[in-house]
Design a protein around this ligand. Structure first.
Ligand code: AMP
Ligand code: MG
Length: 331
């Protein structure tokens, strides 16, 4: 049984984490599946609960930058970005310091560790109360759409984890931007909640991995796996009209003709669209399936600001999938 904890029970959630149990909690991006990052058994349980095919590295969360930088080596660029964007939806990949207390499983054997200070007040309260670094990938089964409400978490992980701390819907709605600062050049591993343009304004040019934007073959970061965030129905991209057997994911003024429509943002606002993306994919998947739709048709979204992250998630939702990666389609 997975317990649904109201915000007032943050102390109980922290105690469960310290005991090595798995607790999902809200962040400003999506719900994370939290585990004590110093406890290898708790980390192994995260991979098992998610059904992750391999031990991919996990993002470790801290209540403030000082605690993060005690475990990883942060130079000028990292400190500039932390001062500018933390707490917030930016993850920095940095070299582990000697004596780093985070178990190596969180780094998946790499010499680097991904760290972040989230902006959600309930996440910060939980991290402070837990007093341990908390590893937290998105709280969904591997390959499925990320959860932006406690109900989404229960749909995917109910019965597999100890508790979900319910903080309502996540305000940003797409995952953090992942930036690798472990080498000479700053590399964007995953577009996300902080636009890359804002990062470049702070530290200068950032190299893009083609795969991080288009869902290609790169495997430097598991977030680069082509198929991810996948609903059960296939997804058609760049749709400018919709057929009667399609469930339409609209952006801006929507064409008529679709069986069902979810508008990301009628006024074409990218922040609103990001916050409604995963809930929309889930809703269209359920409604579209119920009405016998053949696919989800997604309208074009501009590739600037948060639009880069939205396009990245849509490209992966539409990518060819190994059968393994859509658990909601299993009989
Ligand atoms: P998720 O846990 O689903 O939010 O995804 C975490 C993302 O951070 C994935 O894209 C990981 O590949 C990436 N990541 C975490 N740690 C590292 C690391 N040490 N090096 C490269 N990428 C990382
Ligand atoms: Mg994920």
């Amino acid at each position: 049984m997975t317990r649904l904890l109201p915000p007032g029970e943050v102390g109980r959630a922290a105690a469960l984490l310290r005991e090595g149990a798995l607790v999902a909690f809200p962040t400003e991006t999506v719900y994370g599946l939290g585990a004590d990052a110093r406890n290898p058994r708790a980390l192994a349980a995260v991979f098992e609960a998610k059904g992750r095919p391999r031990f991919n590295p996990l993002i470790v969360h801290y209540p403030e930058a000082g605690a993060a930088f005690a475990e990883v080596a942060a130079e000028g660029r990292a400190r500039t970005l932390a001062a500018r964007f933390w707490p917030g939806p930016l993850t920095l990949v940095l070299p582990r310091r000697p004596g780093c207390g985070v178990d190596l499983l969180a780094s998946a054997g790499l010499e680097t560790l991904a760290v972040r200070v989230p902006a959600h007040p309930l996440a910060l309260a939980l991290l402070r109360a837990a007093g341990v670094p908390v590893a937290a990938p998105s709280a969904n089964r591997s390959g499925a759409v990320s959860p932006t409400t406690a109900e989404h978490v229960l749909e995917g992980l109910g019965g597999r984890i100890a508790a979900v701390l319910d903080g309502g819907p996540c305000p940003v709605g797409v995952e953090s931007t992942v930036l690798d600062l472990s080498g000479e050049e700053a590399v964007l591993l995953r577009p996300g909640g902080v636009p890359v343009e804002a990062i470049e304004a702070a530290i200068g040019p950032v190299a893009r991995r083609a795969a991080a934007v288009e869902g290609g073959e790169g495997l430097r970061s598991p977030g680069l796996l082509a198929s991810h965030y996948a609903p059960g129905l296939p997804v058609r991209l760049e749709a400018r009209e919709a057929a009667p057997d399609e469930a339409l994911l609209a952006f801006g003024p929507a064409p008529s003709g679709a069986a069902v429509t979810w508008n990301l943002s009628e006024r074409g606002d990218l922040a609103e669209a990001a916050s409604r993306l995963f809930a929309g994919l889930r809703w269209l998947d359920a409604e579209g399936t119920r009405r016998g739709c053949a696919r989800i048709a997604a309208m074009p979204v501009p590739r600037t600001g948060l639009g880069l992250a939205i396009n990245d998630r849509l490209a992966r939702a539409a990518a060819p999938r190994p059968g393994l990666l859509h658990p909601q389609r299993r009989p």
